[in-house]
Design a protein around this ligand. Structure first.
Ligand code: YXS
Length: 259
């Protein structure tokens, strides 16, 4: 059984993440279902896709499925990690995607929604980017993704404190487009999608691709890349990484020693 529900109406596809037992944690299974749904909507009838959770949820997504994170010696965020795969699919998807967020958005789910083109949340939603809480060495393309949505000082604050920020602050800093009262969220999002569907889809598609290519046009020296990968390796081989994961499951505050 699929962990997402899909609907197609008025040229707009809707993908509802529906693994509520696991707080929509981004397991490989949920990600595969999202990617499958995106592929189904990748046709000329589609003019926009909405990604949402069921009405009334407290948690939009709890982020990466921590149970699926390796316990040391293996890079937790490789090229083929579920989060990386779904982020790439969203970035390359030719039609506009709208993240419609009710509830709290955690860790990797922040990156998932930032890989959508337009972000609309309820005014009670919060956003937390959490690698430093778990000791995870976030990867370069993920950090670049955050840089494209958040100014560097605010991004540093979010990454270093791992504390949630409110929807109103997220709008203020330009991280999301709109925060609206929860009872208006669906109508507001559908209206935004309808405005998009009335415009020229080919023009929109090419502009989306242009923005993606330009935003990602960062030259990176191979020596720097190898140095960063080596330093990331030290992080996922560290005692702190194991402590972060263990503390998560033991429901306690981690004690990091920098080792
Ligand atoms: O105790 P049981 O077995 O029922 O399990 C609990 C939680 O352990 C589990 N759970 C998760 N399992 C795997 N991956 C997760 N991300 C995850 N989050 C939660 O679900 C069961 C119910 O959780 P519980 O009792 O805490 O629910 P709650 O309603 O009191 O609180 C909801 C949350 C979302 C506030 C709370 O579950 C929470 O703080 N979850 C972790 C949020 C988080 O830090 N996510 C980041 C995941 S790591 C990630 O995304 C990237 C790798 S990174 O950090 O690098 O960006």
């Amino acid at each position: 059984m699929s962990l997402v529900e899909t609907k197609f109406e008025n040229h707009v596809g809707t993908i509802t993440l529906n693994d509520q037992r696991h707080l929509n944690a981004l397991s490989a299974e949920l990600v595969d279902d999202i990617i499958h749904a995106l592929n189904e909507f990748n046709n000329s009838e589609t003019r926009a896709v909405i990604i949402r959770a069921p009405k009334g949820v407290k948690v939009f997504s709890a982020g990466h499925d921590v149970k699926e994170l390796p316990k040391g010696t293996v890079d937790p965020l490789t090229y083929n990690d579920p989060l990386r795969r779904v982020v790439r699919e969203l970035e390359l998807f030719p039609h506009p995607t709208i993240a419609m967020m009710e509830g709290t958005v955690w860790g990797g789910a922040c990156e998932l929604v930032m890989s959508c083109d337009i972000l609309i949340s309820s005014d009670t939603s919060t956003f937390a980017i959490t690698p430093a809480k778990l000791g995870v060495p976030y990867n370069l393309s993920g950090v670049l993704n955050f840089m494209q949505n958040i100014s560097i000082p605010v991004m540093k604050e979010m990454l270093f404190t791992a504390e949630p920020i409110s929807a109103s602050r997220a709008v203020e800093i330009g991280m999301i487009n709109h925060a609206v009262p929860v009872e208006q969220l669906e109508g507001f999002t559908i209206e935004m999608a309808a405005k998009i569907t009335r415009n020229a889809p080919l023009s929109i598609s090419v502009m989306k691709d242009e923005m993606r290519v330009l935003a990602g046009a960062f030259p990176l020296n191979p020596v720097d890349f190898e140095r960063i990968q080596g330093n990331r390796r030290k992080v996922y081989n560290s005692k702190d990484y194991l402590e972060g994961i263990n503390a998560f499951f033991e429901k306690r505050r981690p004690e990091f020693k920098g080792e």
